[in-house]
Design a protein around this ligand. Structure first.
Ligand SMILES: [Zn+2]
Length: 147
């Protein structure tokens, strides 16, 4: 059972560090790191779940309690991952589809994934980056008007 305890402890560490700071982190690279950590943790849990299932099949032991515990942990980690992905998307000003949860580029009208109409904020012009302003100008003005 040593391995089992290791895996659970590891998950606690990740959730602890990410969960506490989640509200404060604004640095996208930190968010991405945290998301990568969580993804790693989740796939580890999946692997371990599979291993327990294998042990059950080959030894006849009952690991259903442990499996439930791991499944709960996976749900918890996934919730954390989702909130981190939300923060990353928000920092990139991407739009999350209300229907399927996929992220779409700002200004997109329909979801890339499911085709649902996206609820865009109408105050885009207030938040234009320099590149957006150039794009907007190129799209909307003839060359002679810019000079
Ligand atoms: Zn969608």
């Amino acid at each position: 059972m040593g391995i089992f305890e290791d895996v659970m402890l590891n998950a606690k560490t990740v959730v602890g560090t990410v969960g506490k700071k989640a509200g404060e982190i604004v640095d996208v690279s930190k968010l991405k790191l945290a998301a990568a950590d969580l993804k790693g943790e989740i796939s580890q849990k999946y692997q371990f779940l599979g291993r327990l299932a294998f042990e059950e099949m080959t030894t006849g032991k009952d690991y259903s309690k442990n499996k439930e515990e791991i499944a709960d942990k996976i749900k918890e980690l996934k919730a954390h991952l989702e909130s981190i992905n939300d923060m990353i998307a928000a920092s990139k000003k991407k739009i999350k589809c209300e229907c399927c949860g996929a992220y779409n580029a700002k200004g997109a009208v329909f979801c890339n994934n499911c085709g649902e109409k996206l609820l865009n904020n109408q105050d885009e012009t207030d938040h234009m980056s320099p590149d957006d302003v150039i794009d907007f100008a190129e799209d909307n003005f003839a060359d002679d008007e810019l000079l």
